[in-house]
Design a protein around this ligand. Structure first.
Ligand code: SF4
Length: 62
């Protein structure tokens, strides 16, 4: 599974980095993906983060 963050859309709420720090880190007020391939163990958390993002800035490709 792959994930990407639209940094233009991100409003820096930190929800994704709080929920899934294995995948998302905050840099300069924007969420950044820190791994290219999502480990099986964090797939569900990563999908939850995408669904919870208030501006739909996270895209998940399975
Ligand atoms: S949940 Fe969405 S808006 Fe909030 S920091 Fe993550 S990508 Fe940005």
């Amino acid at each position: 599974m792959k994930v990407s963050v639209d940094e233009e859309a991100c409003i820096g709420c930190e929800l994704c980095s709080d929920n899934c720090p294995e995948v998302f880190h905050m840099t300069d007020g924007k969420a950044r993906r820190v791994v290219a391939e999502i480990a099986e163990a964090v797939v569900d958390k990563c999908k939850e983060s995408a669904e919870s993002c208030p501006v739909d800035a996270i895209t998940v490709d399975s």
